[in-house]
Design a protein around this ligand. Sequence first.
Ligand SMILES: Cc1cc2nc3c(=O)[nH]c(=O)nc-3n(C[C@H](O)[C@H](O)[C@H](O)COP(=O)(O)OP(=O)(O)OC[C@H]3O[C@@H](n4cnc5c(N)ncnc54)[C@H](O)[C@@H]3O)c2cc1C
Ligand SMILES: *[C@@H]1O[C@H](CO)[C@@H](O)[C@H](O)[C@H]1NC(C)=O
Ligand SMILES: *[C@@H]1O[C@H](CO)[C@@H](O)[C@H](O)[C@H]1NC(C)=O
Ligand SMILES: *[C@@H]1O[C@H](CO)[C@@H](O)[C@H](O)[C@H]1NC(C)=O
Ligand SMILES: *[C@@H]1O[C@H](CO)[C@@H](O)[C@H](O)[C@H]1NC(C)=O
Length: 489
Amino acid sequence: MAAYEHPAFRSALFFSASLVLQTFASPNQTPGFDIAKFKKADIVYKDVAIIGGGSAGTYSAISLKDKGKSVIVIEKKNRIGGNTETYIDPATKTPIDIGVQMFHNISVVNDYFNRFQVPLIKYGADADPNAQPVNAQYDFRTGKAVNVSFPTAEAVGAAFGKFAQFLAQYPRLNDGMFLPDPIPADFLLPLGDFVKKYDCEAILNTMFELDPALGDFTTVPAIERIRVFGLSLVEAVGTGVLTTAHHNNSELYTRAQTELLSASSLLLSSEVVASQRGQAGIKLVVSTPTGKKLIIAKRLLITIPPKVDILAPFDLSKQETGVFSKLIDVGYYTSVMKNTGIPDNVGIFNYAQDTPYNFPVLPKGYNVQTTRVPGLHQALYGTPRSSKTFPMSDDAVKADIIKGIKAIQKANPDKFNQTEPEFVFFSAHTPFYLQVKPEDIKAGHYEKLYALQGLRNTYWTGATFRAQDSSDIWRYSENEVLPKLLAGL
Ligand SMILES: Cc1cc2nc3c(=O)[nH]c(=O)nc-3n(C[C@H](O)[C@H](O)[C@H](O)COP(=O)(O)OP(=O)(O)OC[C@H]3O[C@@H](n4cnc5c(N)ncnc54)[C@H](O)[C@@H]3O)c2cc1C
Ligand SMILES: *[C@@H]1O[C@H](CO)[C@@H](O)[C@H](O)[C@H]1NC(C)=O
Ligand SMILES: *[C@@H]1O[C@H](CO)[C@@H](O)[C@H](O)[C@H]1NC(C)=O
Ligand SMILES: *[C@@H]1O[C@H](CO)[C@@H](O)[C@H](O)[C@H]1NC(C)=O
Ligand SMILES: *[C@@H]1O[C@H](CO)[C@@H](O)[C@H](O)[C@H]1NC(C)=O
């Protein structure tokens, strides 16, 4: 077969003649994997196949490429970047980051942005001091103003200090979900009880306004909040988080996309339809805009949300299904809106007068924030935790966002114009924040999850394995996952 002449194929240890015969000549095999059915140009040989070109997949592809390995990223959408999205206002060409905005000031972040020559600044460093946004609190169900007694800056600082002292007892938690055995009972306390016990309730509002989408904020097990707010982010909140100087986080992904495409290392608008993963390596049948391709790789790195339904084409083992079937998630949606009737300098956060810590009742909008473009606001929406991969339809979410804004307009005609809000951009980031119930954490979920690394030549990274935080995902991928994946490659 002509394909055997490919150098990557010749160098691949696992493609010994006997294995090739076993894998390709088995009478029971899925016909889709028959190498003879693919044109030579449609068979792709790489060291590593990477599923998903978001934060984790793009970082890993570039890192592996820089380490001399050949990669292929398979991305469902027609762009890479995943939850990093930038809306460019057509009239002013002003970019608005409507997904990922903030990064930690750590070497993995600085090195990555330097590599693509994308400058970083301290978040807010270039804000006009005379045009600070005014935050207001309303109940998105009734439109009524809510009185929230926010803690003072000193109280917030002191509370983060106490929280950091707690975290410092578990240094390995800063690298991933490496939980002590036995798991401390405090980790499983609902967050609202945890902050009472450690006298650090004043951390909650900051956490909520920076990163609301956990689903029912105060009932989430404390360890799930710690996952994002570990020592690295707590330090970043204290010293200042970073953002891109052009407020255009997609710049990095546009440059990475150009580089990966020119190295034949990226398939856009493509999805795996069948896979064989085993000791002999990886075979993937991928549906692409130019027809089906067969990918033959030594290792597989999966970065997409590992819900069992999403992973259906990946011939999951019983062990993998057992772990992933426990996952629950939330719906998280971002959008850009015009005609909100809300003044440009006013951002509105959803609070309730009658709930613990005034946090809102979900599913509902989290906020309608100011943007850098006059006439536009960014609206975020979230659902509670559930086992449904797609908890709400986009249309139902949009309708409820508009309902919330109109309720606020109607209840406060002296403050807001009575207009018909419209979406200029909408994006679902769902399923988001995959996690498990406290009893599953107690039963060793994270140990079982991490035990999957390397089985059947398959490795895993992304938010579910680390946290909904790009800086931590890159650090985890670089330090914990890629060294194992590279061993013996
Ligand atoms: C509104 C919002 C604001 C956020 N703000 C921040 C922030 O300020 N700082 C921060 O660090 N983090 C932030 N996050 C968290 C963010 O999710 C993570 O930083 C990071 O993007 C997660 O990376 P990931 O690679 O796991 O997932 P993603 O970035 O979502 O990437 C997954 C990729 O896989 C693709 N994909 C999905 N299914 C398939 C399939 N079957 N086949 C092929 N490809 C597939 C997707 O299209 C996507 O490109 C925010 C998230 C949202 C939604
Ligand atoms: C990042 O931290 C270093 C010190 O570790 C500091 O010198 C630098 O100014 C920080 N970068 C930004 C953009 O704040
Ligand atoms: C909020 O506080 C203001 C002034 O302190 C008061 O007039 C108003 O009635 C309060 N509203 C609610 C809903 O408690
Ligand atoms: C933002 O980045 C996009 C993608 O790289 C680019 O097309 C656009 O020109 C950039 N705009 C600004 C103002 O930086
Ligand atoms: C509200 O309406 C007035 C009068 O038409 C207009 O001048 C103002 O810009 C509007 N404000 C917002 C936020 O829509």
